[in-house]
Write a new protein. Structure first.
Length: 403
């Protein structure tokens, strides 16, 4: 078979759909009868769309399948004028947000450089125009009435970017998602339990700051009032990270990013950030710097919304994948850390996030932005927690949590 046409067996695709529908949704509990699921899949992965539809039906849910036409984006952003980029039919999006209980989105990008020649500001303008819709879904999620998950479909172009054949690229997906096991959901349940244990230990520490130290980083973050560490819960498959959304105002220091970031049809690589008083004061990338600077100009995109650590004991990802979903979960000898610039995760609030006002979120230091991009480093680092008592405790070293 032509390598570019390779896809895994029907059995693997069926297992993949089972993990996404019957594990990932409802925060690891799986889809319940009579719930509405939007299935968003690029047309190149139509066989996965069929498997997801059938799995939703077998679980008693209502699938709304949306096939995305691949190869359309370049023309759209070439011809769209500002009034078209910002078009937002509010009643349509409001009704959709009200209807959905869940969303499953598949990433399948056969043309990763399709938007390379497009002015990145046009892409960001179109994204920002839909922020209100995303805010509605986040509010619904905070109330416990909406969940989502994202997964990856292997394509030849992405495999080529990281010097893998498409079958080998798919093997990374299969291993990372435990699809080579007889019962993948059982393995995901074990991972979820380990994540719960780590989160409980972290949240019991009552830490005020974390200090990240290594050859490529000297960064101090203020955790902030009423924060918790989060992770897993079916959001993203795979997801091995444990993260929190710190008080952005307490970020100081610098960090180098040694993994490339594939974003908006471009690559950003060899990045260094410097922070003072919570804001990026210096940022430079050896490749993709123009895009990086454009991203940072988006409202509040120059502030940290997330700090994350991946424990190497969980992750079976052994190779870069040119896709943030996987790269932010890489294992290897030192695990990985990533910071996200832009939006914070409001489910990292200790109390009921559904009862917090916009003003209160700002007072708590949860960053609000249409941007959320993860910047990933796999270099060695030690993370030390500064506790409310003033004591210090190492919580992460040699690529794993030490609790």
């Amino acid at each position: 078979m032509n390598d570019r046409l390779y896809q895994p067996s029907d059995k693997i695709i069926e297992k993949y759909a089972q993990v996404l529908i019957n594990f990932a949704l409802n925060s690891g509990r799986g889809l319940q009868p009579h719930e509405v699921v939007e299935v968003v899949v690029p047309d190149i992965a139509k066989s996965m769309a069929l498997a997801l539809q059938n799995t939703v039906l077998q679980a008693g849910g209502y699938p709304l399948v949306r096939l995305l036409p691949t190869g359309f984006d370049q023309d759209y952003f070439t011809f769209a004028q500002d009034h078209q980029l910002t078009f937002f039919p509010q009643d349509y999006w409001r009704s959709k947000a009200n209807l959905l209980h869940h969303q499953v989105q598949l990433i399948a990008d056969p043309f990763p450089e399709e938007l390379k020649a497009i002015n990145p500001q046009k892409i960001i303008t179109a994204r920002d125009a839909k922020k209100e819709y995303r805010d509605w879904l986040i509010a619904k999620e905070n109330q416990g009435n909406f969940t989502w998950t994202v997964a990856l479909w292997g394509v030849a172009a992405k495999a080529k970017l990281v010097n893998l054949s498409l079958p080998d690229y798919w093997q990374q997906i299969i291993q990372a998602c435990y699809l080579d096991e007889a019962d993948p959901i059982a393995y995901w349940s074990e991972i979820a339990q380990l994540q719960i244990e780590i989160k409980q230990k972290l949240n019991a520490l009552q830490m005020e700051q974390v200090i990240i130290e290594g050859d490529d980083v000297e960064l101090t973050l203020t955790i902030g009032k009423d924060r918790i560490w989060n992770g897993g819960s079916g959001r993203n498959i795979p997801s091995f990270e444990i993260f929190t959304s710190p008080d952005w105002r307490g970020s100081v220091g610098w960090i180098k990013i040694n993994q490339p970031v594939y974003r908006y049809g471009n690559v950003i690589q060899d990045i260094k950030f410097e922070f003072e008083h919570g804001v990026v004061t210096q940022a430079e990338a050896q490749l993709g710097n123009e895009l990086l600077q454009t991203m940072l100009k988006s409202p509040n995109a120059d502030k940290i919304g997330e700090f994350s650590l991946t424990d190497k004991r969980m992750s079976r990802i052994t190779h870069p994948m040119a896709e943030i979903l996987f790269d932010e979960n890489m294992g290897g000898p030192f695990g990985n850390t990533h910071i996200a610039l832009g939006a914070a995760y409001k489910d990292c609030y200790y109390q009921d996030p559904g009862k917090v006002t916009t003003q209160q979120w700002a007072e708590l230091g949860f960053n609000d932005s249409a941007e959320h991009t993860d910047f990933i480093s796999t270099s060695d680092r030690i993370v030390t927690a500064v506790l409310a008592s003033g004591d210090k405790k190492v919580i992460y070293k040699n690529g794993q949590f030490v609790l």
